[in-house]
Design a protein around this ligand. Sequence first.
Ligand SMILES: O=C(O)c1cc(=O)[nH]c(=O)n1[C@@H]1O[C@H](COP(=O)(O)O)[C@@H](O)[C@H]1O
Length: 274
Amino acid sequence: MNDSFGTRLRARLDECGPLCVGIDPSPALLHAWGLDDSPAGLERFSRTVVDAVSDVAAVVKPQSAFFERWGSRGIAVLERTIADLREAGTLVLLDVKRGDIDSTMAAYAEAYLDRGSPLAVDAVTLSPYLGFGSLEGAIMSAVANDAGVFVLARTSNPEAAPLQRLVADQVLAGAAAANAGHTPFGPVGVVMGATLPALEHSLADLNGPILAPGLGAQGASPADVARLFGTVRHTVVPSVSRAVLADPKRLRARTLSYRDECAAQLARRPAAQK
Ligand SMILES: O=C(O)c1cc(=O)[nH]c(=O)n1[C@@H]1O[C@H](COP(=O)(O)O)[C@@H](O)[C@H]1O
């Protein structure tokens, strides 16, 4: 039997410390790196990130849209990037933010979670806008494949607050129900921005990982991560993209510094959940 996503994520967080690094090959970053905005440029960018961070970041998160811009050639680079990351032994979280009716979700689950798919990853981001129940099949597929999902709850962008404030507790309750009884924690993570002014929701019963994007470019600091998620410090995965990707020469050093600073800040907080 294979290890569950929760078991593998626990092991990576214990081994590497708390950080997810994004692979976001935007036109601006490709330009800053002196690379062409082309499939070859995407490939060089992605390989460089994989080589620099995959042994020190618990999770690496390619953003699908930056590859999709180049159609089938971009998707081919994404496939190779996923294969490189898996070979390097890091966990791959593909940021695709999918959400649809149950029959269509089954196709998304087949694309990203089914072990046999060329785009199979350890976890994907999902949107709950069609109702948390519409994600049930994808969650079952994740469990069957020892994979995970991260459902958007309170995203890092400020304009999300008025809408998501109304429904985040439903998302958290759905995730907690799906995670009940799993050890060390369940397959359903949630996305909660590190940029949130205040938490406003209880994470005490979640029993799942929390992806916390927004470090650096969106203004959040490791101290913010600790302020918001200190009580669930063993399950929070702070995420950073542009602030470490800005300069290829400093990619590894910046990754190490964000990781170590997040670990140090979180260690200062009381832990309520292991
Ligand atoms: O799901 C995500 O990864 C995500 C959720 C969220 O709430 N906010 C957020 O910025 N992201 C992603 O995180 C990346 C941005 O990271 P920065 O470049 O560090 O700001 C992008 O790929 C976003 O799509």
